[in-house]
Design a protein around this ligand. Structure first.
Ligand SMILES: C[S@@+](CC[C@H](N)C(=O)[O-])C[C@H]1O[C@@H](n2cnc3c(N)ncnc32)[C@H](O)[C@@H]1O
Length: 243
């Protein structure tokens, strides 16, 4: 157990399309080295550990799920990053942190489960220092097409609160942040899924993959997401705002 490295758990601790690759891209969109980062909806804490180890950040993760938070803390201990990462159970719409507490607030694939978008983005803005950056990577609705479920974040539409990029921009700028960069990540996500589907045709699902988190419905969830990305009802966008 003493020899477990971050790469040994990397297949399962980044719960978003394109895993660590897209997190590194997001980290490289600003000079994040050594900064104090809050990861909102941190899940198992993979991005927090990546920022701590590769960018020397001090990271804090918050997630609604107690189980994810307990596991995130244990995984950090396992790879000896417990001094640079801390994890708290809590609700993104009521962040238990002081105003202006963080240099960077980061969120990936979380808001789809949150109906109160206004509160979600105003809390992010509140805990961000003046001059600090908000980095996001999101699944967003595009056009009027019906969305089929299950999806990786919701088994039916009663737990899914998708909205459009323009609406997101309205909430974020309305909370006092300025838009710096938007990047369309949709094609990169489609390419990633198509490569994954081909790999799964040849091999069995990995022992340490996201199938561990998504269970028996992994395949229909991923296929629904891929179909909607390809048909243009959903898009993947990352970006940066500054306070
Ligand atoms: C798809 S996972 C993404 C996890 C992580 N951001 C990552 O990319 O690896 C979505 C996460 O959002 C968390 N979440 C959903 N609603 C939340 C809320 N209201 N407050 C905090 N976390 C929430 C879930 O528990 C889950 O861990």
């Amino acid at each position: 157990m003493d020899k477990v490295k971050r790469s040994d758990i990397a297949g399962v601790d980044e719960f978003h399309v394109r895993g660590a690759a897209v997190s590194r891209e997001l980290a490289n969109s600003i000079d994040i080295n050594g900064l104090n980062v809050l990861d909102v909806g941190c899940g198992l804490g993979g991005p927090s550990r990546m920022l701590a180890e590769e960018y020397n950040c001090q990271t804090t993760g918050i997630d609604l799920s107690n189980e994810y938070i307990r596991t995130a803390a244990k995984l950090s201990q396992l790879v000896k990053l417990q001094d640079k990462t801390s994890f708290f159970q809590g609700d993104a719409t009521q962040l238990p942190f002081e105003d202006h507490a963080f240099d960077v607030v980061w969120t990936q694939h979380v808001q789809m489960n949150i109906p109160d978008k206004g509160k979600f983005y105003s809390e992010i803005s509140r805990v961000l220092k003046t001059g600090g950056c908000f980095l996001f990577y999101e699944i967003l609705k595009k056009g009027d097409g019906e969305i089929g479920y299950p999806m990786p974040w919701a088994s039916d539409d009663s737990h899914s609160f998708l909205f459009m990029a323009e609406e997101m921009d309205g909430f974020v700028t309305g909370s006092g942040l300025t838009r710096i960069q938007f990047k369309d990540q949709t094609q990169a996500g489609i390419d990633y899924f198509e490569a994954l589907v081909n790999k799964l045709k040849e091999f069995r699902p990995p022992k340490m993959g996201l199938n561990v988190l998504m269970g028996e419905t992994t395949k229909p969830k991923l296929m629904n997401l891929l179909t909607h990305l390809k048909e243009g009802e959903l898009e993947l966008i990352s970006g940066v705002y500054r306070k």
